[in-house]
Design a protein around this ligand. Structure first.
Ligand code: UD1
Ligand code: CA
Length: 471
């Protein structure tokens, strides 16, 4: 087991989000913010990650992280009240466990930090260097702590925005990224000496820097601006979201799928090779797409599994469903939750399915609602077919066998079963089971009155004149 651990500070109040949801649970590319620093620490080799939260977030944060990373590697501790980053680090350090000798300290609100950045911090530790501070140069350093260096260029302390004392300090463009690597021994003793003697009356983690600097044990590593962009308000949240989506798209391109600019693919999504994702597509949650598929403009796929060679034509919506190999859906098709489409199924425009199993080769090409159904192999559902599954109280099932033909504009009033090879005449209202290989016709008989139209028009014309009507 590695002696490297990580502390993620996420216990502060996040007032600038103006939200009842805690900042670290707001989503970036489909995952809560807090996911990313934890993932970066894990990828950089941390064997144990302790997250410091507020009392109100503890349960949600813990449930999410344990499910995502496993109970063995996650610890969640509460800081109450929030008395500053130094206090948060003290609370967290106590939960690290005895195997951890070196610790990464990251912020819960800095989601673009990636494993290589974190690895560089850890690599800076040595016999001599016991604290490594991640820094960054910024055109506009406002709001960040500034790095103060001695004549030899070594970091000596960090001054927070609100504690800046001089114009010289105000002009410092090198800022504290809020990311550190430090030895546990050194951290514990330095934290013990902190005092809340500053503009915010808080225990600043940054005040450990002079303690290490005095012993010549402090160093810094310059990181990319991305690694440090913090989320304090919804504007920064949106910017970070954009950057994350761009990164994810690039990852898929380099792995062999074509992703147009403007597609938004959540972090957990997997995509097979040679699949093409067009612009305006959103792939959300736990979605996976096989190889050689095409997801055309404007499709939204959420928590669904799509096979290989699938085509989603523009503006198709698929939610919590399974779509087999070589299916074709859309344009404007809608597979609602629990739809299961076996291979080679076709759903055309304005076809909606819900909790319906369409077996291999079944087709519904136009304007249908297929809810709570089971449709057999190679069955054809005509335009405008409705499975009337709801009587106002409960849902009922429609079973249709294989090789069935359902004529256009038919309604199947569930519960109802249509046997294999049956044929339902167009515009039928089916209320009773149809045996296999039978023809069912359920509609009023047409009657013809020869010549009747001429007389009808004359009467209507006369009535209109009498009432003095225009149109
Ligand atoms: C902090 C740094 C600043 C740095 C900046 C980088 C300090 C004193 N300042 O400032 O030098 O430039 O990050 O983004 O460390 N937190 C707790 N408990 C608390 C207070 C904060 O867990 O009592 C957590 C927050 O939830 C957040 C992180 O620590 O995830 C940073 O806190 P924040 O208040 O955002 O610090 P900054 O003012 O941004
Ligand atoms: Ca911050």
């Amino acid at each position: 087991m590695s002696d490297l651990g990580a502390l993620i500070l996420a216990g502060g109040a996040s007032r600038r989000m103006l939200s009842t949801t805690s900042k670290v649970l707001h989503r970036v590319a489909g995952r809560p913010l807090i996911h990313y620093p934890v993932a970066a620490a894990r990828a950089a080799g941390a064997s144990m990650v302790v997250v410091v939260t507020s009392p109100k977030d503890r349960e949600t944060v813990e449930t999410y992280l344990v499910a995502a990373f496993g109970r063995e590697v996650i610890g969640v501790v509460v800081q109450d009240p929030p008395r500053g980053t130094g206090d948060a680090a003290r609370v967290g350090a106590a939960a690290l466990g005895t195997n951890v000798r070196r610790v990464l300290i990251l912020s819960g609100d800095v989601p673009l930090v990636a494993a290589p950045d974190v690895e560089r911090l850890a690599a800076g530790l040595s016999e001599k260097t016991r604290l490594v501070v991640g820094t960054c140069r910024m055109d506009n350093p406002h709001g960040y702590g500034r790095i103060v260096r001695d004549a030899e260029g070594r970091p000596t302390r960090i001054v927070e925005q609100r504690d800046l004392e001089s114009d010289t300090q105000r002009q410092i463009q090198e800022i504290n990224a809020g990311l550190y690597a430090v030895t546990v021994d050194g951290l514990s003793s330095a934290l013990g000496g902190l005092s809340p003697d500053n503009a915010q009356g808080e225990y600043y983690l940054t005040d450990i820097v002079p303690v290490f600097a005095k012993r010549g044990a402090a160093a810094s590593v310059e990181l990319s601006p991305d690694a440090v962009s913090g989320v304090n308000d919804r504007s920064q949240l949106a910017q970070v979201d954009d950057v994350m989506f761009a990164r994810i798209a690039e990852r898929h391109r380099l792995a062999g799928s074509s992703v147009a600019t403007g597609a938004r693919i959540d972090d957990a999504v997997t995509i097979g090779k040679d699949t093409r994702i067009e612009s305006g597509v959103h792939l959300r949650g736990n979605t996976s797409i096989g190889s050689g598929s095409i997801i055309d403009v404007g499709c939204v796929v959420t928590d669904s599994t799509l096979g290989a060679q699938v085509t989603l034509l523009p503006y198709t919506v698929v939610t919590e469903s399974q779509v087999g190999d070589a299916c074709q859906l859309g344009p404007f098709a809608h597979a609602r939750p629990k739809s299961v489409l076996d291979a080679e199924v076709k759903l055309g425009n304005f076809v909606e399915t819900k909790a319906t199993h369409m077996r291999r080769g079944a087709k519904a090409n136009h304007l249908s609602y297929l809810g709570d159904g089971d449709v057999g192999e190679n069955t054809n559902i005509g335009a405008g077919t409705i499975f009337c599954n709801y009587d106002g109280y409960s849902k009922h099932k429609t079973h249709i066998g294989r090789d069935v033909f359902i004529g256009s504009d038919s309604q199947l009033i569930a519960p109802v079963t249509v046997g294999d090879g049956a044929y339902v005449a167009t515009a039928s209202t089916i209320t009773e089971d149809v045996p296999a290989q039978s023809l069912a016709i359920g509609r009023a008989r047409q009657s013809i009155k020869p010549g009747y139209a001429t007389g009808l028009r004359a009467r209507l014309e006369a009535a209109k004149k009498k009432s003095g009507g225009g149109h």
